[in-house]
Design a protein around this ligand. Structure first.
Ligand SMILES: [Zn+2]
Ligand SMILES: [Zn+2]
Length: 221
């Protein structure tokens, strides 16, 4: 599977490309989240976009959904909550575009699905929004690549859990417990990517490769 990032910021800085990626899978392509206007400005991608996984219904993840629906009214959407006016699956299918699919709720103020996608050679988790939780770590265990949100600067863990987002220390805790080969930070908000990564490195097991997503990054997994 091949993952191409279109948006790797959160609410901050305002006007940036927010949560969004394009995934090429054995059974076809799809998007994860729709926070990027850049994706909507690619006519070939929009014409091919008939399947979308939404992590949740906060604006930084669905900002471009109305635009997509105008172009593709029959798009098939999976989300943890009902979306008005959308052709939507009412349960998580075991298979999605030729990949095995699982979903788990995270600790976030709005219902958020972390998605686990597997093919014959690799398993990827895309967390969407949420703080560290033991349940999320258990869900992620065994994944080769974990793509995780990077919203908060360092604050006490209890505060981050109450807010429902990751600090650098909690990001590292999740990765150390889940032990992927590769940890990918995305959805940067309070800290810019280099600052976030240098904070994470204070806690992260050195055997785990750490990278920052950026617009245009392609991961082949
Ligand atoms: Zn978000
Ligand atoms: Zn959110």
């Amino acid at each position: 599977m091949k993952i191409t990032f279109y948006g790797t910021r959160g609410i901050l800085p305002s006007g940036a490309q927010m949560s969004c990626a394009w995934v090429d899978a054995p059974g076809g392509s799809f998007a994860i989240d729709l926070g990027s206007s850049d994706l909507m400005e690619d006519p070939a991608r929009v014409a091919a976009l008939d399947h979308v996984l939404l992590t949740h219904l906060h604006p930084d993840h669905i900002d471009q959904l109305p635009r997509l629906l105008a172009a593709q009214p029959d798009v098939t959407v999976l989300a943890p909550e009902p979306v008005e006016g959308v052709c939507q699956l009412d349960s998580v299918p075991a298979s999605w575009r030729g990949l095995r699919l699982e979903a788990a709720l995270t600790n976030h103020p709005k219902k958020n699905f972390a998605y686990k996608l597997s093919d014959e050679s690799a398993t990827v988790v895309w967390t969407g929004d949420g703080s560290y939780s033991p349940e999320l770590a258990a869900f992620c265990r065994g994944a080769d690549v974990i793509i995780c949100e990077a919203t908060l600067k360092e604050v006490p863990a209890e505060e981050a859990v109450a807010i429902g987002h990751m600090t650098p220390a909690l990001f590292a805790k999740l990765m150390n417990e889940a032990a992927p080969a590769k940890a990918v930070a995305t959805h940067f908000s309070e800290l810019d990517p280099p600052e976030y990564l240098s904070e994470v490195r204070k806690y992260l097991h050195p055997g785990i490769e750490l990278i920052a997503a950026h617009e245009g990054l392609t991961l082949e997994v």
